[in-house]
Design a protein around this ligand. Structure first.
Ligand code: ADP
Ligand code: MG
Length: 753
């Protein structure tokens, strides 16, 4: 026997109703029950028409006396005017439609004699009071509203308002639900939340909650029901994640323990050669990682830390431990520029430790290894050599981009995969690389995008997380100033400041939102194909009106700067995503060396680029970027001992959200504060990525920031349940809910990390 919730709507309803509901993507009774009200119209107190006050939110019990529809006089569309009466006074109701057809449902229902409840705010039009687009419920349309008494009783209840579609208005959905709810028993609605978990949380059962959601007696009851459904969403998701963690924990990996103290090795030599002391955070996280690498279970760890917090050093120490233990490490970067830079940085940090097999290596007595760089743009010879070094194990560390994932790349013994800026890598790539080990390699994912704990728990819930919260001492800090665009005095001053920095031997970035002046842009252009879906989508560019000046473009700004008197004699470089890889390389190199100390670029500089001499950054159209993106960009300057300066150029008006974002940027450099603020300013769909929005089976009520406490509780309850029954045989309804909710898209979302 199929459960009631699995019953097809064609069986439960007539064909027309079922087809109409199908337009909303609803196929089963369960789908219909899961179509939650978008909001509730508050009926307010029942009022006399004669006593209505303008501006008041009211509900009246009245009968339709007359209804007319006509085209509007001065613009497109149709207008429906309905006169209702309570027997003593009259009131008019107006409804607007795009065309006559869109008022068809109202015309059919609001016929003379129809009686019902009308809810809305009293307005004034040409001296008379009226309700515009009131919500209404009519007698006889619903089986239990067949008398004045029933209507009066109903009048005190919140009116659920459903997301509707053409041909299936809210009241029809309400009617269909009524039919289902009238005969719904507790057994019809399997509950994925085990009853003792629900009881401990003080939550109503699933059937009761659904009744309250769709037919609440009070708003309070409806909110309690929403809370329960939210908990359920969080609980099912967390149970799925707990299962994943448990499965991972049961996988085999090769243990890569550190060498015994006192025994010479790469890690020991590296530590001894470091020109600085590790921060406490680097030590703690390092110990955590070292212990996990030493275990025969694969590490799955997310390391987050501000730009410049020293993640690279932590990752390198982990890689060296693995190389000391006879394995290899792979480092994946999102772009060729970054991969090349990582290789350079690692070689520089390692010094003679990375000279194995070379002339210099011979001078070293201790262990040594090699860092191989493998990217798509390598020449045939260099590529062959790098491939050989990876396959033979000569290269203990292999750095690359997606090219590392190609079938040709073989490793002698891949023990650790480090992924930099994880959100630019999909799950397939991650799995492909992991599959290159004989057993699962250990995995370390690094991100500079601060992720609030509950987001990490929801989005990256199958990874353990560590954070580096302090930035190494000796950083001079950064000043951020919002600069009005188009103000000549400010503009002159900006370039004069850039000149001062360059004259003092430093470098400046100039960032633009797009490459070509004539390119169409709605939002700030992202200079990557695979836009990170998580947290640093460009800001709401739609805020700008049609009349705002066009976005500044790299190719236009570079010309302008080359002719500015302030910058006379200074070479201005260009960098953007459409340049061939070797040109990008050389642009970065010329900037780093100081040959071209001013670099005009797109957001390609956003991630990981490390030029310690860079002290100034000018960001054009700064209001078009999201907070996290601005934070990432800003992190590129002030990385050395000289103070940084970041100028946010924009024409955002005070009082707009765009202006608020820029103000926040000038007031704090705390990435976690900014990330939280950013989350408050954007919609959930952006937070969880496109796969999450508009999907019937996805998180509908849960809000990762607002519901932080609830997610924590759901997580701990879910962990207990999975511990008690790892394959969930004791909780078949939960297992089923996980299967249902985690269809393919959802799986991908979970694995986005
Ligand atoms: P991240 O990868 O987190 O952005 P990096 O590892 O690139 O940060 O570190 C940024 C800079 O700080 C590098 O030049 C690095 O050598 C330096 N650095 C790292 N750890 C320390 C430390 N403990 N003390 C001083 N400088 C450090
Ligand atoms: Mg780094």
């Amino acid at each position: 026997m199929t459960a009631r919730v699995d019953e097809r709507l064609e069986r439960a309803f007539d064909k027309r109703t079922a087809t109409a509901l199908g337009k909303l993507g609803l196929e089963t009774v369960g789908d219909l029950l899961g179509h939650y009200p978008r909001r509730y119209a508050d009926p307010g107190a029942l009022s006399d028409i004669a006593a209505l006050e303008v501006g008041e939110h009211v509900t009246i019990l009245a009968r339709v006396e007359q209804a007319t529809v006509r085209p509007m006089r001065n613009r497109k569309g149709a207008l429906m005017e309905v006169v209702v009466t309570d027997g003593k006074s009259r009131l008019s109701l107006t409804f607007f439609g795009k065309h006559r057809g869109s008022l068809y449902n109202h015309e059919k229902r609001l016929v003379p004699g129809a009686k019902g409840l009308f809810t809305g705010t009293v307005g004034l039009y040409r001296g008379s009071r009226q309700l515009t687009h009131p919500d209404f419920t009519l007698m006889g349309e619903e089986s239990d509203l067949d008398s004045d008494e029933a209507l009066l009783e109903h009048a005190t209840k919140p009116i659920p308002i459903y997301p509707a579609a053409a041909g299936i208005p809210s009241w029809k959905i309400q009617g269909a639900l009524r039919v289902v709810l009238d005969t719904l028993t507790d057994d019809d609605v399997p509950d994925p939340v085990p009853s003792d978990v629900g009881q401990r949380q003080g939550l109503p059962g699933r059937a009761a909650a659904l009744r309250s959601l769709h037919r609440p007696a009070t708003l309070d009851e409806a909110y309690k029901a929403r809370h329960r459904m939210r908990f359920e969403e969080a609980f099912v998701l967390q149970a799925a994640l707990a299962q994943r963690r448990a499965r991972t924990a049961a996988e085999d990996a090769t243990a890569r323990p550190p060498l015994p103290a006192g025994k010479p090795g790469l890690l020991a030599d590296f530590d001894a050669s470091l020109p600085f002391v590790l921060t406490d955070g680097q030590r703690e996280v390092g110990d955590e990682i070292a212990a996990e690498l030493a275990s025969p279970r694969p590490m799955h760890r997310l390391l987050q830390g501000e730009v410049g917090s020293g993640k690279t050093v932590v990752a390198l120490r982990a890689m060296l431990q693995v190389v000391d233990a006879g394995g290899q490490a792979a480092l994946l970067a999102p772009t060729e520029v970054l991969a090349a830079q990582h290789a350079r940085t690692l070689r520089a940090l390692l010094g003679p430790l990375a000279d194995a097999g070379t002339l210099f290596g011979a001078e070293r007595t201790g262990a040594s290894t090699r860092v191989a760089l493998l990217t798509g743009s390598l020449g045939a010879k260099a590529r062959k050599e790098a491939l050989l070094q990876a396959a033979s194990g000569e290269a203990g560390i292999v750095v690359g981009t997606h090219a590392l994932l190609s079938e040709h790349v073989q490793f002698a013994d891949l023990g650790l995969v480090v992924v930099d800026e994880q959100h630019r890598f999909g799950v397939e790539q991650r799995d492909a690389l992991r599959a290159k080990g004989r057993v699962s390699p250990h995995l370390l994912v690094m991100t500079a995008t601060p992720i609030p704990r509950t987001v990490a728990m929801t989005v990256f819930g199958d990874l353990e997380t560590s954070s580096l919260t302090e930035v190494p001492a000796g950083r001079a800090g950064i000043t951020t100033v919002a600069v009005p665009a188009g103000n000549i005095r400010w503009t002159d001053r900006t370039w004069a400041r850039v000149r001062e920095e360059v004259d003092a031997g430093r470098r400046a970035y100039v960032v633009c939102a797009r490459i070509h002046p004539d390119e169409e842009t709605k939002t700030a252009a992202k200079d990557f194909d695979d836009v990170p879906e998580f947290l640093d989508l460009a800001g709401p560019g739609a805020e700008g009106g049609a009349d705002r000046p066009p976005l500044r473009a790299v190719l236009e700004v570079v010309e302008e700067l080359r002719s500015r008197p302030e910058l006379a004699g200074i070479e201005v470089g260009v960098l953007h995503g459409q340049m061939p890889p070797d040109q990008k390389e050389s642009a970065m190199a010329r900037f780093a060396s100081g040959e071209a100390p001013v670099l005009v670029s797109t957001t390609v500089v956003e991630v990981g680029v490390d030029v310690p001499e860079a002290t100034a950054m000018v960001i054009f159209d700064a209001d078009r970027f999201g907070i996290s993106q601005l934070h990432q960009l800003r992190g590129r300057v002030g990385r050395g001992t000289d103070p940084g300066l970041c100028l946010l150029v924009s024409d955002a008006e005070p009082g707009t959200p765009a202006f608020a974002r820029l103000e926040a940027m000038t007031q704090t450099t705390d990435g976690f504060k900014l990330a939280n603020l950013d989350l408050e300013l954007r919609s959930e769909g952006d937070v969880l990525g496109a796969a999450q929005s508009g999907r019937a089976s996805s998180l509908r009520l849960l809000r990762v920031v607002k519901d932080a406490g609830l997610i924590e509780e759901a997580r701990s309850a879910a962990v207990d349940v999975v511990r008690a029954s790892p394959d969930l045989t004791e909780f078949p309804e939960l297992a089923k809910a996980i299967r249902a909710q985690l269809d393919e898209d959802q799986e991908e979302f979970l694995e986005r990390a």
